[in-house]
Design a protein around this ligand. Structure first.
Ligand code: GLC
Length: 480
């Protein structure tokens, strides 16, 4: 059987409020995205993933959903959505939606109409010591009912009760609704939180967890408030309503913890790579076990964490792009990384209480007013590097944008076989079929493994005379 379309896909993450405003209100919208699809087609990605577009009071900027089967009026209408899907499909681009199953907005009518679709404390107070992901306890008082409810994230995001079959049916209906509108896949938000221990047992104190955690969450173990076995069956049951759409899991677990999710999902993000410092031993330790699982969605930045340029440094963004797009399997590129955008300023007061405004500043299309993002006042300030914009980088053959484009084209022809090579300590090198990929993470030239003809370099002359230049990468043919 032919490989499914997503196996080697490059997926572009759009943060809808910050991609393109079409009506001058300073907020990106669906028509704006449709108007910019040619950028994605030119760039050469296979699909786009839209962070949530549903009606939302914006306590978590759309990840607090107030209606699972509609579009936020500030972003457009269902008709605009249908047009977007049709225009994407015309260009050969697939469309993935963000599906947020673990919690709704507290303003979703369900919270009042169907209280038993949520999780309540059996006592008059927090039921246990569980922490919320962004700090503080995971229980809050609902003043109206006088009862305490569970929220794994902000208090405005009460956790849904996936042990209630009516809730499950409603969520399945939502998947069918979008599938009928032509959606090709879903990114499943925070699904290690889908089920919690039914007995609501206290967490013991922390054990080692290799991914970053906020506040109290870092002090406590993760036996009961996350990552429960029932989750796997519930995810398997999404297959019917998803009806062949690709399912990509956001599971905030190290690689060992995501194996069982891959039994029921198509792809799962590999977060160890996203958090690996730009050092060869750490990068290799993150990639090797994940690659063996075959169906990792590689990702090195998104709307929740420092922007790539801020995390690895401007000097390494070209090599990081090469690494991401030369790994075997699906790769996710966050909007603006193709321009090298660093973290930007937050709004005053910030929109996001967890400090993520600076990873979500508007896309920069040109050097004019509002960076071509809006004719009005942008909802979030523009970032600190206005010269990094699509118009300028499209015209510059040596730009990062053009490097992304060349990588996206070349990655289709890289062979499947994958093997790391043992090399100099600051050199990451692997074979992909009959190609060799070499990255120098250091500020000094390093000895490179033997290579044939160079087919792509991050900098002119990066791989020459047996050496790989500082902060550089190259893809070459294997030595003859
Ligand atoms: C995911 C999203 C993040 C959101 C959280 C709660 O981690 O990526 O933005 O805040 O889930 O929905």
């Amino acid at each position: 059987m032919a490989d499914p379309w997503w196996r080697e896909a490059a997926v572009y993450q759009i943060y809808p409020r910050s991609f393109q405003d079409s009506d001058g209100d300073g907020v990106g919208d669906l028509r704006g995205i449709t108007d910019r699809l040619d950028h994605l087609a030119w760039l050469g990605v296979d699909a786009l993933w839209l962070s949530p577009i549903y009606p939302s009071p914006l306590a978590d900027l759309g990840y607090d959903v107030a209606d699972y089967t509609n579009v936020d009026p500030r972003l457009g209408t269902l008709d605009d959505f249908d047009e977007l899907v049709a225009a994407a499909h015309e260009r050969g681009l697939r469309v993935l939606l963000d599906f947020v199953p673990c919690h709704s907005s507290i303003e979703h009518p369900w919270f009042r109409e169907h209280p038993d679709w949520y999780i309540w404390s059996p006592v008059d107070g927090p039921a246990n010591n569980w922490p919320a992901s962004f700090g503080g306890p995971a229980w809050s008082l609902d003043v109206e009912s006088g009862r305490w409810y569970l929220h794994s994230f902000y208090p405005e995001q009460p956790d849904l009760n996936w042990r209630n079959p009516e809730l499950v049916a409603a969520m399945h209906d939502a998947l069918r609704f979008w599938r009928r509108r032509g959606v090709d896949g879903f990114r499943l938000d925070a699904i290690d939180r889908l089920f919690k221990d039914e007995r609501l047992r206290d967490e013991p104190s922390a054990t080692d967890f290799p991914l970053p955690l906020h506040g109290e969450a870092a002090q406590l173990g993760r036996l009961y408030h996350t990552h429960q076995p029932e989750t796997i069956d519930a995810l398997a049951a999404l297959r019917g309503p998803a009806d062949g759409a690709v399912l990509v899991g956001e599971v905030f677990q190290p690689t060992a913890g995501i194996v069982r999710y891959l039994d029921v999902l198509d792809l799962v993000f590999g977060f160890e790579l996203l958090f690996a410092p730009w050092q060869v031993t750490r990068l290799r330790a993150a990639i090797e076990p994940a690659e063996r699982l075959r169906r990792i969605a590689w990702v090195i930045s998104n709307h929740d964490f420092d922007r790539l340029a801020t995390r690895v440094g401007d000097e390494n963004v070209r090599a990081a792009a090469l690494l991401l797009l030369a790994l075997p399997g699906a790769a996710f590129v966050y909007q603006g990384d193709e321009l090298g955008l660093p973290n930007g300023p937050a709004a005053t007061p910030p929109w996001d209480r967890a400090g993520r405004d600076g990873m979500r500043n508007p896309m920069q299309w040109d050097g004019g007013h509002g960076a071509g993002f809006t004719t009005g006042e942008p909802w979030l300030p523009l970032g600190p590097t206005p010269e990094r914009n699509v118009a300028a980088e499209r015209d510059d053959p040596d730009s990062l944008l053009r490097l992304y484009r060349r990588l996206l084209e070349l990655r289709r022809g890289l062979g499947n076989a994958f093997r790391f090579l043992d090399t100099a300590p600051d050199v990451l090198a692997f074979e992909r079929g009959d190609h060799l990929v070499v990255v120098n993470t250091s500020a000094r030239p390093q000895l490179a493994p033997p290579a044939g003809e160079v087919v792509l370099e991050t900098h002119a002359g990066a791989l020459a005379a047996g050496e790989i230049a500082p902060h550089s990468g190259a893809i070459a043919r294997s030595p003859g």
